[in-house]
Design a protein around this ligand. Sequence first.
Ligand code: PLP
Length: 398
Amino acid sequence: MAKKENRFRGYDIYTQAIHTGTDYDEGTGAVRRPLHMANSYKLPDDLSQVNYSSTDLLMYSRNGNANQKWLEEKIAALYNADDAIVLASGVGALHALFWTLLQSGDRVLYPNVSYMAVYRMFHELFNKKFGVETVMADMTDLEAVKKAITLGTRLVHIETPDNPTVGVTDIAAIARIAHENGALLSVDNTFASPYNQNPLELGADFVVDSLTKYINGHGDAQGGAIVSNDLETMDRIRYEAQVNVGAVISPFNAWQIFRGSVTFPLRMDRINQSAQQIAEWLEQRENVTFVSYPGLASNPGHELARGQMKNGFGGVISFGVNADDKTVEQFCAKLKVVTFAVSLGHDESLIFPQPSYDERIELYPEKFRKGFIRFSVGLESPEDIIGDLDQAFRAVGL
Ligand SMILES: *Cc1c(COP(=O)(O)O)cnc(C)c1O
């Protein structure tokens, strides 16, 4: 596919978030591009000119649809990249990337702490079904990564900050180690978002971002993106994974995410500030056993995060309380401003306990094995959020 023209390239992210991917509607002059809820498009009269395997031709919505393509322009712009592929979910994007890059006999390094579906894909699916050699490594420990990697490793996949412990991994250092061994590097950038971190500028070959989270930001749509400057591989992903496996995004979800993305930098800016304030407040609280947030000076990843995260440290804080699983649940249920639900990056704050019977609990650092809570800071007043946490702590005697 040809390199996408972006006439706002080089402009600030606030300007790009508003102006890229949109235009006047040619038919009506409307100042917004429309939502096209069609699954097929009119073919040219002369079919001899049609390349059916091209995703440039709008023909059938799984091969590519107008709202998807406009959102792809926006996502590529937010990452200052040549191309983006938008699929039905973050997991759909992760799978499309791994499915295209890996084949039997290939070796992949994946992190001991990662999004659940990545763990499942590499712990039990790609290895057992397809004979991919999957090796888990602590990506926050560069010596461990050097030991685990071998020449000819195909892919190293990392996540930073990671879900759910909010640990920080050195993207530039891992990129060097990967490339020295002939491997590609993919980075799940969902927690940081392109407002705070651009792995492509730090040496990564591919970025995956769950648009369901910060870029949409309103808790009402699902989508995921792969972003890269490697146009040849991006075309292969479109062909092998999008068209022939089929996790394409619906026009409606693409339209919603496009709309949400307009205010994305503004929302991130506020979320960065509120999360910092709330993390500092939590750290002072007696029955809070630890606070994992890269913005805290006490965090082991703080210096590294200051170097690779440009505008702030994101909105997810993991913390522990000195309580059993039942008390943690009761604490979450007592909250009034904060919603007791999975996911993150919404307008509203979300809280989700990570119970001690989680099958991966042994993979997390010791302190995460008791009273561990993942908290996604939303756009409410930080004082109201703090007040809410305070009343719920008191209600359960913490
Ligand atoms: C949510 C999430 C995903 C998956 O995204 P979906 O849109 O839910 O499929 C992947 N990685 C991280 C870090 C996430 O938080």
